[in-house]
Design a protein around this ligand. Structure first.
Ligand code: C5P
Length: 402
């Protein structure tokens, strides 16, 4: 977002509404023009006068008030905005947005807006964890909204958990640091990235998974956006916020990830398989909880479909990049994967106690392609992702111009 942009801040009814006042101040400090819309319940927490004073403009509160509509009608207000931020976004508003309801000013603005949409949820932790809220969040992400937070901590109601609104400074940073670039190394290209672990269900309460945090895949998605690509992220269960301007498809199992990736792969110029996909999944998923029996038991597992190899086998196939996380024989395994899976590039890293890699902030990579390799030294995953994206872009251009 450039500093001259027009931000429409919609405030919903929750105790975090007071933080929206600070957000208004910070947005203006960055040079943004800010207009405020409030729901009826938001006005129970903070007076519109507060926001009028902070934004320098009358606050929109009514959908059907002729005098307000004369000042700037709701459709014009939605058109005026370069960015719509809803903070705090209550469970009720999220439910309305995700289903296209438009029965008050804020939900109507959300439906009418065609600009990037940012949502900063805030609610009691039990309400946040409720499946219906999570379904709504997943739908909103799929529809392109960018979810900021919520954060962990003490709540006004006395509970502790996930549900506090992200801090105004964090929201501001997300808005101002994640501009969709107009050009870059991947300008005009579509990049598909898979990230995070998978969960392989065993019974209604258990699953097999791994230590992947998804940080590398998410950092790659952010770096690809910054490089000008149109990015789709297929993500296993992680505790990360999706990069702005990316489409996110959330999945759980390897089979679901495979289905989602293959549905998108034909439109992709580049596929990066950064997910830690389970190699095996339980052969039987028990309908009821698997009961304790004897001192020893065993599970029957069957191989999952190799997503990376399946994408590389498409005709035409996108430029395909895989990962190899190894505890030993890194080079041999990486080169074997490059050849066996017929991919364009393998980014290999050591994993285990003494290295970065899984569930860590830092990583180092040894990148292999046909007739070449490059070492990317240990650094934080954000920087490493930018270096890997630059290398992928160079290789992509070489492959597609020769
Ligand atoms: O064979 P291995 O699992 O070590 O290869 C790792 C690479 O293969 C990663 O890029 C991972 O995302 C991908 N992979 C996959 N589908 C699987 C297993 C691994 O795409 N079922």
């Amino acid at each position: 977002m450039t500093t001259t942009q027009r931000v429409l801040l919609a405030v919903c009814g929750g105790i975090a509404a007071y933080k929206a006042a600070e957000l208004t101040r910070l947005l203006r400090k960055q040079g943004a023009q800010v207009r405020i819309a409030m729901t009826a319940s938001a006005q129970q927490f903070v007076s519109p006068l507060t926001f009028q004073a902070l934004s320098g403009h009358p606050v929109a509160t009514d959908l059907l008030d002729a005098s307000q509509e004369n000042a700037m009608g709701h459709i014009n207000l939605a058109k005026w905005a370069d960015t719509l931020v809803v903070a705090p976004a209550t469970a009720n508003s999220l439910a309305k947005f995700s289903h296209g309801l438009a029965d008050d000013l804020v939900s109507t603005l959300y439906l009418a807006a065609t600009c990037p949409l940012y949502l900063a949820p805030a609610m009691n932790q039990a309400m946040w964890h409720k499946a219906v809220t999570q379904d709504n969040i997943a739908r909103l992400k799929q529809q392109g909204a960018i979810i900021i937070g919520p954060e962990q901590g003490d709540q006004a109601c006395g509970d502790t958990g996930l549900g506090r609104m992200a801090e105004p400074a964090a929201i501001c940073q997300q808005l101002f640091n994640t501009a969709p670039p107009v050009d870059g190394l991947l300008h005009g290209l579509t990049v598909l990235i898979s990230a995070g672990p998978t969960r392989e269900p065993l019974d209604p309460v258990r699953y097999l998974t791994n230590r992947s945090s998804g940080k590398m895949g998410y950092a790659l998605a952010a770096a690809a956006v910054q490089a000008g690509a149109k990015v789709t992220l297929v993500s296993g269960p992680v505790a990360l916020t999706a990069p702005a301007y990316s489409e996110v498809i959330t999945v759980e199992s390897a089979a679901q990830m495979c289905h989602a990736v293959l549905a998108k792969a034909a439109q992709a110029d580049i596929y990066i398989g950064a997910a830690a996909v389970a190699d095996y999944t339980p052969s039987t998923v028990f309908t009821n909880k698997f009961k304790k029996q004897g001192d020893e038991t065993s599970l029957s597992l069957q191989k999952t479909q190799d997503i990376l190899a399946s994408v590389a086998a498409l005709t035409p196939a996108p430029f395909t990049v895989g990962f190899a996380a190894e505890t030993n024989d890194l080079e041999n395994y990486a080169l074997d994967k490059l050849a066996r899976k017929k991919v364009d590039m393998i980014a290999a890293n050591w994993v285990g106690q003494q290295y970065g890699g899984f569930d860590s902030e830092q990583n180092a990579l040894q990148v292999y392609w046909h007739n070449g390799q490059q070492h990317l030294a240990m650094t934080d995953k954000t920087k490493l992702a930018a270096q890997l994206i630059a290398l992928i872009a160079t290789r992509w251009h070489e492959k597609n111009t020769t």
